[in-house]
Design a protein around this ligand. Structure first.
Ligand code: PLP
Length: 444
């Protein structure tokens, strides 16, 4: 097994350095320009909180490959299981012949997702595929067609999931026509709720009820799909009471309540799933990202009777639940449970949140510091109001990148700097990264 990286930030060249620039020029010639890049730096090795680039810089990773490497990018438990599995076999296609890794991951998800009712799981490869299949299963199980999603939602880039995603640029522009029967309702975004954050839960819920009951007809609605903490939309934490109210409403009307936990799941928010914070038990939970410990794996876990409503052969895919990805997932789940990574995420919040709140109090360019566990964010605004300030977020991110700290920008208005460290990040490293972020904000 390869040597781990020393857990400290090292900046030896400009970032990106000369070797990365060279490689990036080659990429530009060879790779479709439609792929964006946050930081054009080529990575040589990664371990826990550190990314080593080809110029010898060690960046602090506050991105986790977008909430994927919760256990780190080279966790020994993942690496060794993957190595053993590739030596046994790389693929059979679970729809052709079976293997135990698929069943083990399904059993783990049935056990770990909220609720102790009878559940079953279907595995796929990407998050978007999990969303697509969640919708297919909900439609087949209910015999209904309408799907309800929120403002600021992000569910993926395939036709159905892109149609469900709220933001036009860059996700939808030029890619229409979109899938039909998708209805959008207000997201209870406390910071931006017109009548104040204290009204967000009740008013957003009233609007949802109105759209479902009077515009669509509740008997036509197959599913309501919600990210329990909205991710790409800006790390929006719903106000207390909203998710339980949606759950109750959906149950009352025979609508499948689907929690898209693709970004918020697997200990990221300080609980195994973000729904757990309010004891919400969705009918279906979608997982991806951190589930596979860095390898592509996604899942739909739902009430057994819903999952069995689709005829055999109705869902699946050549690579669905690939055995190497399943082996990696079992390693990742082992680490998450054994090392209490949910507790680690809460500790990250405890260390980082007061400093983010301090920045918000001291800078009139920050409208709000928010988040849950290790899913934390700063929303940038024009001084004196709430007008989104994407320029400030961009400048802060660029200043962090130049100092060797990888942060990401998100938000419908592109004005949110988000922090998604691996949950295994060492406290000293996190402290250093936050100091860099503080300096970047102060120099705005
Ligand atoms: C909440 C949510 N749903 C779905 C997706 C789509 O996942 P993937 O990119 O693996 O298709 C994402 C990806 O960022 C996500 O954050």
């Amino acid at each position: 097994m390869s040597q781990g990286l020393e857990q400290r930030r090292i900046v030896t060249t400009a970032i990106p350095g000369p070797r990365s620039r060279e490689l990036h020029a080659r990429r530009t010639a060879e790779v479709a320009g439609a792929f964006g890049v946050t930081l054009p730096v080529f990575i040589e090795q990664a371990d826990r909180g550190v990314l080593l680039d080809v110029d010898g810089n060690q960046l602090i990773d506050l991105a986790s490959g977008i909430a994927v490497t919760n256990v780190g990018a080279a966790a020994p438990e993942v690496v060794s299981r993957v190595q053993q599995q590739v030596e046994r076999f790389t693929h059979t296609c679970f729809m052709i012949t079976e293997y135990d890794g698929f069943v083990d991951v399904a059993a783990a998800l049935n056990r770990l997702t909220p609720g102790d009712h009878a559940k079953k799981t279907a595995l796929f490869s990407t998050g978007a595929e999990a969303v697509e299949n969640g919708v297919k299963i909900a439609r087949a199980a209910t015999g209904r067609h309408a799907v309800v999603v929120l403002d600021h939602a992000y569910h993926g880039r395939t036709l159905m999931t892109m149609s469900m995603t709220a933001k036009n640029l860059p996700y939808k522009e030029g890619f229409g026509p979109f899938a039909p029967e998708i209805y959008r309702v207000a997201s209870p975004y406390p910071f931006r709720w017109p009548t104040g954050p204290e009204n967000a839960a009740a008013e957003a819920m009233a609007r949802l009820e109105e759209v479902v009951v009077t515009q669509i007809g509740a008997h036509n609605v197959a599913a309501i799909i919600i990210e329990p903490v909205q991710g790409e939309g800006g790390f929006i934490v719903p106000p207390d009471g909203y998710l339980p109210a949606v759950q109750e409403f959906a149950t009352r009307h025979g609508i499948v309540f689907i929690a898209d936990e693709i970004q918020s799941g697997f200990a990221r928010t300080g609980a195994m799933f973000a729904c757990d914070h309010e004891g919400v038990v969705p009918d279906m939970v979608l997982s991806a990202k951190a589930l596979g410990g860095g390898l592509p794996l996604s899942a739909v876990t739902g009430r057994a009777e819903l999952m069995d409503a689709v005829a055999p052969g109705g869902i699946g895919g050549t690579f669905a639940g690939n055995p190497v990805s399943c082996a990696a997932a079992l390693g990742a789940i082992e680490v998450i449970e054994r090392d209490d990574l949910a507790g680690k995420a809460r500790r990250i919040e405890e260390l980082a949140m007061p400093r983010l709140a301090g920045l918000a109090a001291a800078s009139d360019a920050i409208g709000e510091a928010r988040g849950r566990g290790a899913m934390l964010a700063l929303e940038f605004v024009e001084p004196g109001g709430k007008q989104p300030n994407a320029g400030a977020a961009k400048r802060v991110a660029a200043a962090c990148h130049a100092e060797g700290v990888l942060v990401l920008v998100c938000g419908t208005f592109g004005n949110v700097v988000r922090l998604l460290p691996p949950l295994v990040i060492e406290e000293e490293l996190l402290d250093d990264a936050l100091t860099v972020l503080e300096k970047a904000v102060r120099s705005l």
